[in-house]
Design a protein around this ligand. Sequence first.
Ligand code: NOJ
Length: 708
Amino acid sequence: MNRQEAAIKAREMLSRMTTEEKVAQMIQIPYAQEGREASLRWAKLGVGSFLHVLGDDAREIQAAAAESRLGIPVLFGIDAIHGHGLNEHATIFPSQLAAACGWEPEILREMGEVTAREVATDGLHWTFSPVLCLGRDTRWGRVDETFGEDPYLAGELGAAIVEGYQGKDLADGEHILACAKHFLGYGEAVGARDACDSEITARKIREVFLPPFRRAVEAGCATFMTAYGSADGTPFTAHRGVLKDMLRGDLGFSGFVVTDWNNTDSLMANQHVAADIGEASAMAAHAGNDMIMATPAFYEAMLQALREGRADIADVDEAVVHILTIKYEMGLFDRAEKLGRPGCIGCEAHRQAALRAARASVTLLRNDGMLPLSDGVKRVAVIGPNADDIRAQYGDWTYFTHPLPIPGRPAIRPYVTVKEGIEALCAEKGVECEYVKGCGVLPEADDDIDAAVRAAKTADAVILVVGDMIDQFGEYKDRANLELSGRQPELFARLKETGVPVCTVLVASKPLCLGDAAERANAVLCAFNGGMYGGQAVAEALFGALNPSGRLPITFPRHSGQLPVYYNQLPGWHGGKYCDLPAEPLFAFGEGIGYTGFEMKGFAFSPEDMTLRLTVANTGERAGTQTVQVYFRDMVSSVMTPVKRLIAFRRVALEPGEAKEVAIPLRREDFALVNAAGERVVEPGAFQLMVGASSKDTDLTVLPFELT
Ligand code: NOJ
């Protein structure tokens, strides 16, 4: 059923509903918090949705909902954000940030498809993914959930995963609803402190933060989630201008909006713009929130506010139609429990997809020739806190970090840590391998740096795996200091003293300030949170079985005080740097190398046909993939514009010695800015295209042109 037909059915249903049933339909109950008994009562009352409930528990709730007067099926939502991770049997993909390193929409599409199939097979309908916030001040605890710092890249990858989740037919039993979140500006909170006010203007919202969400709407994203925070003092939960005018009016969104966790209560309790829960409930509904997550008190409060004339039934009617429309479109009334593919959760084919994504995410940042490890390497020392820590490798939003109460179900899915990946390849090649942890991410009683040094001294190569741990990232866990924590810097220094080459591998939620562990390392490889096969992909890259092709979707600062250090800033003119730090970041947006060389030449662009043409050649001796990155700058404009902005990219796979001609179509509107009146316009005049292998000026060829 298409959305228009579904909306007609939704209105018919609305006409049969009591006020109580309508308000209940707006509610989403947190199963684990409410408990089984209360949840069953809510289901019989006819609430619209539950979150964080799996398998048999979900089936029981659905059966209870069928006993409600109208028997409207419940919609189940879950945070399946890099795989159906809260089910401990599921396939775990790299985090969004790690997956973004591939700059490969197809990888994200596949990640969405696989995740959807596993979620649907669990009887659920909806994932709270993707995160389309930008990771610009990386002290924020949730940078791992973003696609990095760039609006264009985030939009392209976000659209791909939305299409993967939702497929072509939401009712086919294999696809689920996506949810673009957090609308809006959540990543831009003051000081990167989670859920604080965002220092963003209406113009900046349209220019920087809205574009990825616009792409999600274009990709058909069925649901949106309201951010916790506020802009200029107005909580997004109460922001009708953003939720109605911008989202439905300007972007043309026709799905439904869910609040984030307990946002409605927060209008009163945390943000102090409502005097009581009744006022908060009326405010949330009026602003354009259709579904109320995790505020069960909304039910009584909204009913009372309606009785007292403090709330408008028209707001409720509109919300209920939005929700029911999606339920009809999904075919829930015909078959509430989708079939999925029995046996597919964590199956071999799905795990292969996770391996593909992990391989695409591996990003080599420095290499003095140490990598790939040569045949002369007969003994490898694997050291470091994250070499053999699957929790660190999985990252946030998995069974480890958000355990659901499912007694007696052992975690059985396979995984490969970096240490295990290296051991397996060493065994194949007859190379000896010794693992010593050395120290924890945070100081631990059994830290033994001396033992790590002893292992390093007898080795031909040291692989040091550093990073962060779940106590240092996630919601509520912003960091003031991104330097490597605990004794990790000391561990690197001591290993380096041995004179044995050291490759630093980063298994972490975000770019850390690696200091010497990057500047003095012989090689640096970034893996972020690579998921179940992250360790295997890293090992393959170390030994050269994989030619790494990742490119950074986010800048690495040298020092926490250098933040924010994202590449697409507005120009300054007093040096734009701190007097005690180099101007450049540690690693730039778009950076990444491999085991072959590339050349880009023969550039041509004319605004008449709007097609950029160039030749990309593989000048080395290995097959590899280069990512052509296209940036632009508006040379004179009515408002200041960034020093450069990504507008296109293209991955090009090349055999040794091969050259390919590449044509990248651009559109005039790619060169738009948002003017002081908030309009998106292209201002005629001089522009520069900048084309190359990363956002660094030294990697870019400048092509000036004029738009009339
Ligand atoms: C709060 C988080 O901000 C959001 O991303 C998540 O989807 C919801 N909780 C539900 O778990």
